[in-house]
Design a protein around this ligand. Structure first.
Ligand SMILES: Nc1nc2c(c(=O)[nH]1)N[C@H]1C(S)=C(S)[C@@H](COP(=O)(O)O)O[C@H]1N2
Ligand SMILES: [Mo]
Length: 489
């Protein structure tokens, strides 16, 4: 019997790995297609959640904390490479048609059946609200990579080299792999840095002190946590009364979430995106036991404010009773000790200083509804140009940017126009951490110094283009495109 060399000791394995990784990066950075490790990365990020990631980041030695995201990304690559190694062990003795078929089948099952669902995109990327990972390309990428990998692997076992020589050879290949792998990471960082360098562009997460603040009050209530009680009553099996301590004892979730005020004008600043931590409202409702007749929730607050929204919005996975904003207790202006966050509907229904939720079976008109504002208050698709002066990219072009938001629908595309909407060019989107947050966009072009009038519009996750008709905020939220003069110096 011919001896089969351990594939991990053959340079070919590392060559195959390097080649597959390079191919994945070209596809990802050049064409924006998600390769398997990136899908895994998306899932790990989701699984760990922001607090854990913060902890990990702070625990990283040697100044690596600035690169935490890349550490996680590299870990994802290592895990996928680990599976590659297992496969290589198995495949080394098999003829290449068997190896190829197995690799393709594994890739198909792994990407379509495991990684895409884990990344939140549904089986084979078929979830209706998956817009981040086009399923066809993601599957093609992994099939292509698998074929590549399988073809390069092993081959006919050659005559045994001495174990030592084999080890030296594979160490060398490993070093080569690391060197090659570092280059695209640097490229990715440079691309990321550009987002940070665009002067005037909103940061992805709005620091609490910069988050817009709106309320009906001249002086906001300053509540004492030890006196605060939160009640769920009305059409429930067991009415509930919780203290802040009770609330904090329940399983917490945290998520970035964009708030926008219904009175925000086109191009306005009444929009912000923070990371909120709290308890899922549906968990609380489950504790109380909602009766089948209930259709709406009435929310009341310590400042005598009230509003309502339908029960189905209360049951969204993302709807939370939050007590932390960006990792810190809520400030009194943002609703201390607890406030509601419900995605997809305007800020006014995100009640601050919440004290009571009542389940009812009929429509309820809240504080602003009695004053003529929309009751459904579904967030309209909006986009904004943040930059009044374009930033040089360093390669002869200039770049502008801004935000786009479409509530629960997500953003599929952003386009800019330099001729008042006669022609449109696609902007680049920064992959956003979640569907319910705003998306940063940028557009770079070669420009002569001067003044340009730029118009922006967004296309939501359902493929609908932002409403171009200029309308004031009252009663349903403003519509129309944001247009702005941009200087190139
Ligand atoms: N109790 C209470 N909650 C409230 C309001 C209010 O006046 N009282 N204003 C609402 C409005 S109109 C908006 S836009 C958001 C703003 O939340 P923020 O100040 O945290 O950005 O809070 C909402 N929740
Ligand atoms: Mo608002």
């Amino acid at each position: 019997m011919k001896a089969i060399p351990n594939p991990l000791r053959t340079p070919r394995f590392y060559l195959a790995l390097a080649a597959a990784t390079l191919a994945a990066w070209v596809l990802q950075f050049r064409f924006g297609l998600a390769a398997p490790p990136e899908l895994l990365f998306a899932w790990l990020g989701h699984l760990l959640g922001v607090p854990w990631i913060f902890n990990l980041v702070h625990a990283l030695p040697w100044g690596l904390d600035a690169y935490a995201k890349y550490v996680l990304l590299a870990t994802s690559y290592l895990i996928v490479a680990g599976f590659g190694a297992l496969f290589a062990r198995w495949a080394a003795a098999r003829p290449w048609p068997v190896r190829l078929t197995a690799a393709l089948a594994l890739a198909l099952a792994g990407t379509g059946g495991v990684l895409l669902p884990l990344a939140g995109a549904g089986f084979f990327g078929l979830a209706p609200d998956n817009y981040a990972y086009p399923p066809g390309p993601a599957l093609l990428v992994s099939l292509g990579l698998a074929a590549f990998f399988a073809l390069l692997l092993g081959g006919t076992p050659r005559r045994e080299a001495t174990a030592d020589a084999g080890r030296r050879k594979s160490l060398k290949s490993l070093a080569l792999f690391a060197a090659v792998a570092a280059a695209p990471l640097r490229l990715a960082r440079a691309a990321e840095d550009l987002w940070q360098r665009i002067r005037g562009l909103s940061p992805e997460i709005t620091p609490t002190k910069d988050h817009y603040q709106v309320s009906k009050n001249v002086v906001n209530p300053k509540l004492r946590a030890d006196r605060w009680r939160f009640e769920i009553e009305g059409l429930v099996q067991t009415p509930l009364t919780l203290t802040l301590e009770d609330l904090k004892a329940l399983p917490a979730v945290e998520r970035p979430s964009t708030l926008i005020c219904i009175s925000n004008p086109v191009g306005g600043k009444l929009v912000g995106n923070s990371v909120w931590t709290g308890v899922r409202l549906r968990d609380l409702l489950e504790l109380a036991g909602v009766r089948p007749e209930a259709t709406e929730l009435v929310l009341r607050a310590a400042d005598n404010y009230s509003d309502s929204f339908p029960l189905d919005a209360a049951l969204y996975e993302e709807t939370i009773l939050a007590y932390l904003q960006n990792g810190e207790p809520l400030t009194s202006d943002h609703g201390y000790p607890a406030r509601l966050l419900v995605p997809g509907i305007y800020g006014m229904k995100n009640v601050k200083w919440l004290t009571r939720i009542e389940l009812v079976d009929q429509d309820y008109q809240g504080y602003w509804q009695k004053r003529g504002w929309s009751d459904r208050a579904v967030v309209r698709t909006m986009s904004r140009i943040d930059t009044g002066v374009a930033t040089p990219t360093g390669d002869g072009r200039v770049v502008i940017g801004g935000i786009a938001f479409a509530g629960k629908r997500g953003i599929r595309a952003v386009e800019v126009s330099f001729d008042d909407g006669q022609s449109w060019r696609a902007a680049e989107l920064k992959p956003s951490s979640s569907r319910i947050t705003w998306t940063l966009w940028r557009y770079a072009w070669k420009a002569e110094p001067g003044r340009y009038t730029v118009t922006v519009r967004a296309i939501d996750g359902e493929g609908r283009t932002q409403d171009p008709t200029p309308r004031p905020p009252l009663p349903d939220g403003a519509t129309g495109y944001h247009r702005r003069k941009v200087r190139v110096v």
